[in-house]
Design a protein around this ligand. Structure first.
Ligand SMILES: [Fe+2]
Length: 345
């Protein structure tokens, strides 16, 4: 297996390839380094098949969209990923072929709801789930420290002890670790119970990352227009979360909320369908079209998307624009469908 880290910084991007067939994949490419990745692949005679994001990043713009435009490679993310242009959604246990290599997908949510790790030939790429001597924060919207602990224990710490660990970030100059090393000496998880871990994560008190606004917006909705100005997203965690069953009750109650779907038009009509009577305004156009909703500022509004992530962002935008009663459909159309509730297509 050919494997290199390509950024030489705190944010890590890996290229992994089958040495015989020269088929390659990228893990967590940065938008600003797109040219470098294509150059490195060309220099080593590698052909890019897959572009993985291990999760929706909040600290940098993803390079997958540009790279998919410039090459024949496919963007691959976990099934809860909000980005609309993902070519292939994967989930726990999926296997992809990369020449002679097998890429096994491990579902490791908690840092975000769409977190995956990739196990390839004795190495595991852990995204921001498991870091060297640390773990990724679990306090963004959709984060869940308990789920993160469960994923680390059941999907990662059950791998062979000598599995190499390659994280998406490192702030101390580390390059690689092993499952054994993390099991025995990672201060967040070694010897910790689930309750202790949740407690540690609750009390980290980290500031929001510098680029969270521009990164989340762009990575969730493929916006590529820097002139769009979004309101302050520090409100994200204040958005009221509504379950599918509760929303369905309220729709049937005779006093239904306004339902605003913020996905792309093709998603609105795809296999997940949409809620009967919902209005469609894609997230990327929400700022410029918010005036269309002006008469709803005092109404009950529930925002909907695929997995409940883009809609949380949209909810924060609307709240900042003066909408007083904004809720978010938790789990989005995925949970709505799983609950067997009515959809139109
Ligand atoms: Fe992250």
């Amino acid at each position: 297996m050919f494997c290199r880290e390509l950024n030489r910084g705190k944010c890590k991007t890996y290229i992994v390839a089958c040495e015989r067939t020269r088929r390659a994949l990228l893990i967590d490419p940065l938008k600003e380094n797109t040219g470098r990745y294509i150059a490195v692949a060309a220099y080593h005679g590698l052909r890019l098949d897959y572009l993985f994001d291990t999760h929706t990043h909040a600290d940098h713009r993803s390079g997958t969209f540009d790279l998919a435009d410039l090459t024949d490679a496919k963007v691959v993310m976990e099934r809860h990923a909000p980005a609309p242009h993902v070519a292939m959604h994967v989930t726990q246990g999926d296997l992809l072929e990369l020449g002679d290599l097998r890429v096994k997908v491990l579902y490791t949510p908690g840092h975000t709801p769409d977190g995956i790790s990739l196990y390839i030939d004795g190495a595991v790429f852990t995204g921001d789930t498991l870091l060297i001597g640390g773990t990724g924060r679990a306090d963004f919207p959709g984060g869940d420290a308990g789920a993160q602990y469960d994923g680390i224990m059941s999907a990662l710490f059950t791998l062979p002890d000598d599995t190499k660990v390659f994280p998406a970030h490192d702030y101390r100059g580390n390059q690689v670790s092993t499952i054994r090393q993390e099991k025995t000496s990672n201060p967040r998880v070694a010897g910790r119970t689930r309750t202790q871990y949740v407690d540690i994560m609750k009390n980290l008190g980290l500031p929001l990352p510098d680029k969270i606004q521009e990164s989340l917006q762009a990575n969730q909705s493929a916006i590529d227009d820097d002139s769009l100005k979004f309101p302050d997203l520090t409100q994200l965690s204040a958005i009221r979360q509504v379950t599918a069953t509760d929303l369905n009750q309220r729709i049937k109650s005779g006093n239904p909320p306004v339902i605003l779907d913020v996905r792309e038009p093709e998603e609105y009509r795809d296999e997940l369908g949409h809620l009967p009577g919902s209005r469609l305004i894609p997230l990327r156009t929400l700022s410029s079209r918010a005036a269309e909703l002006d008469d709803l500022k005092a109404s009950d509004v529930v925002v909907v998307c695929r997995a409940g992530i883009r809609s949380t962002t949209a909810g924060a935008i609307l709240t900042a624009l003066g909408f007083e009663h904004v809720g978010n459909l938790r789990g989005g159309m995925l949970e709505w469908n799983e609950a067997g509730l009515p959809v139109e297509r």
